[in-house]
Design a protein around this ligand. Structure first.
Ligand code: F6P
Length: 320
């Protein structure tokens, strides 16, 4: 290959810039040119393209967001949109494409490869951490730490006022962020979509904890399990305790990536690029059990990754 393309696509995640840096510098190291397409698949379709050199990705390893920008692109979901994207890639003599993004973006890469026979490689980037084939997606660690920092602060005021605080965190249809941050902050309860914990059960637990002397509590709610405000109202009605809700929202997507996310991004970005340049295609780079791996996208996208029940049990024991 003489020239490859790269995009960051879907919801941005801290560490995407570090991954981009790894893709560009790994390719240049092997004498291969890199074109960056802005705004994910949308920028491929509309030919928003810039050549990237080593300087283009200097000074970005510590930056949140993505300098290439990102987007969710409806047009690319249609065959006509993908055909247009492929025409642009051909016109720009792009022989392979590295896609940094979540499951939607990786699905797009797989479909493009199947329809148009272009070599693609995936790098998992999503704060939700719901991508199979890797223990960690780029951005998850930073998002958990951002939520942890916010909840530690809320804990101070919860304690001063003897209140319950319900904290709604992101995660789309899963509870990876919720469970890890609940554990890290010593939360008294967590609601996630994967396990059928009822709010009524949480209310009972909160009352019991109060009877044992606890004066304030944190309940973490994954957005896929319910709205923080509604859970808060339910708790007030059913326990008589004073409660407030905080929705952390998009702050979880921003901020300087943690050292873990930076190193993960560099390793996965470099691996995906080196595999692409060595003739492999249709794979995603991942980290499983602290080892770098690659899996076919067809495998990754057919699996469902779920939260460990062990973590939830631990939370229950710790929250007595
Ligand atoms: O996938 C990342 C994520 O932040 C989810 O946690 C959340 O549900 C969604 O994206 C929000 O998407 P948007 O930024 O398009 O509102």
């Amino acid at each position: 290959m003489k020239r490859i393309g790269v995009i960051t696509s879907g919801g941005d995640a801290p560490g995407m810039n570090a991954a981009l840096r790894a893709v560009v510098r790994s390719a240049l190291h092997r004498g291969v040119e890199v074109l960056g397409f802005h705004h994910g698949w949308r920028g491929v379709i509309s030919e928003e393209v810039t050549p990237l050199n080593t300087k283009s990705v200097g000074g970005i390893i510590n930056l949140g967001g993505t300098i290439l920008r990102s987007a969710r692109c409806r047009e690319f979901r249609e065959p006509e949109g993908r055909a247009q994207a492929m025409e642009v890639l051909r016109d720009n003599r792009v022989e392979g494409l590295v896609v940094i993004g979540g499951d939607g973006s990786l699905t797009g890469a797989k479909v493009l490869m199947e329809e148009h026979d272009i070599a693609v490689m995936g790098v998992p980037g999503s704060i939700d951490n719901d991508i199979a084939g890797t223990d960690y997606a780029i951005g998850f660690d930073t998002a958990v730490n951002t939520a942890r920092d916010a909840i530690d602060k809320v804990r101070d005021t919860a304690y001063s006022h003897d209140r319950v605080f319900v904290i709604e965190v992101m995660g789309r249809n899963n509870g990876f962020i919720a469970v890890d941050v609940a554990l890290a902050c010593g939360a008294e309860g967590v609601l996630i979509p994967e396990f059928p914990f009822s709010i009524a059960e949480i209310c009972e637990n909160l009352k019991e904890q109060r009877s044992k002397g606890k004066s304030s509590s944190i309940v973490v709610v994954a957005e896929g399990a319910g709205k923080g405000n509604e859970v808060c109202d339910f708790i007030v009605k059913n326990t008589g305790l004073e409660a407030r809700a905080v929705v952390l929202g998009h702050m979880q997507r921003g901020g300087s990536p943690s050292a873990f996310d930076r190193v993960l991004a560099l390793r996965l970005g470099a691996l995906a690029t080196n595999r692409l340049l060595s003739g492999y295609r249709g794979e995603m780079a991942g980290l499983v059990g602290n080892r770098l791996v690659t899996h076919p996208l067809s495998y990754v996208l057919s699996q469902t990754k779920t939260v460990d029940a062990e973590r939830l049990l631990l939370l229950g024991v710790m929250a007595q």
